[in-house]
Ligand binder design. Structure first.
Ligand code: HEC
Length: 241
């Protein structure tokens, strides 16, 4: 072997070593295969769980169901609310405020009722979209709410309840329009789709980082002497007879 060839081989081994070191550096420092303490990117509707990414459940959209919802079913479901709420015009305040005319009215708007500070801080009016979120999980929508009610899990039940609440008015609010329906979809469906994509991407990066870590020599690892750089015996090439 002449020295030029030896240099070529040595350079190749050196480059391979540097590449492996660099891959290890990337795996350990640039790509964090271990759990992140904090989310690198915070997306509404995406909850971090033990460093990974989990899709937080959001309420299902229901605005598209309200126009054709079963109003009578909503009325029946209101039995679950009646221990705390009156529904007739001028009805009494009970454990909760009266709900006559609540759709489109100001949040925390019944005078003479002592609302929670969480409710008073909400501000704005009871839109269909907000009623859906509140009725899904009251405590999640209004932190520290006084409404001790688990919520209506089924989207059809919330749609029916909202459709019935709408009728409790001298001039019921117009049914949800197309743009309102689209806005609700964007609010509640897009984050979940996005979160799933992020979850897939994180999984992929973790796999790549694991693979990179596998091929990287770590400090303390037994490193094999590069064969090419330390020829001990001359290869014996048998001549064909
Ligand atoms: C255990 C009692 C209780 C039950 C059951 C209950 N609520 Fe309530 N509700 C409350 C209280 C208390 C508040 C005021 C919440 C606050 O101040 O944070 C409230 C507030 C509300 C509001 C907001 C009113 C406003 O003036 O801003 C709506 C809408 C509502 N409830 C709907 C319902 C519906 C619909 C049901 C049944 C599916 C229901 N609630 C069941 C106690 C209850």
């Amino acid at each position: 072997m002449n020295s030029f060839e030896f240099n070529k081989i040595f350079a190749a081994v050196l480059v391979a070593g540097i590449t492996a070191m660099f891959a290890g550096f990337v795996a350990e420092n640039v790509i964090h295969a271990h759990a992140l303490e904090k989310d690198a990117v915070e997306i509404e509707g995406v909850e971090s769980s033990g460093g990974g990414v989990a899709v937080e459940k959001l309420a299902e959209p229901v605005l598209h169901l309200v126009a054709s919802a079963d109003v009578e079913k909503g009325k029946k479901l209101s039995k679950a609310c009646a221990s705390c709420h009156s529904f007739e015009k001028g009805g009494p305040v009970k454990t909760g405020p009266t709900l006559w005319g609540v759709v489109g009215s100001s949040k925390g708007g019944t005078s003479g009722f002592g609302y929670s500070s969480g409710m008073m801080e909400m501000g704005g009016k009871w839109s269909y979209a907000d009623l859906n979120k509140f009725l899904w999980k009251p405590k999640k929508f209004v932190s520290g709410t006084k409404m001790n009610f688990i919520g209506l899990k089924k989207p059809e039940d919330r749609a029916a309840m909202i459709a019935w609440l709408r009728t409790l008015s001298d001039s019921p609010k117009a049914l949800p329009g197309d743009s309102e329906i689209a806005a609700e979809q964007a609010d509640l469906v897009l984050p979940e789709v996005l979160a799933e994509k992020v979850e897939d991407a994180v999984e992929m990066i973790e796999e790549i980082a694991e693979e990179a870590a596998d091929v990287t020599p770590h400090a303390g690892d037994e490193v094999q002497e590069p064969i090419a750089a330390t020829p001990t015996k001359k290869p014996v090439i048998e001549e064909a007879p």
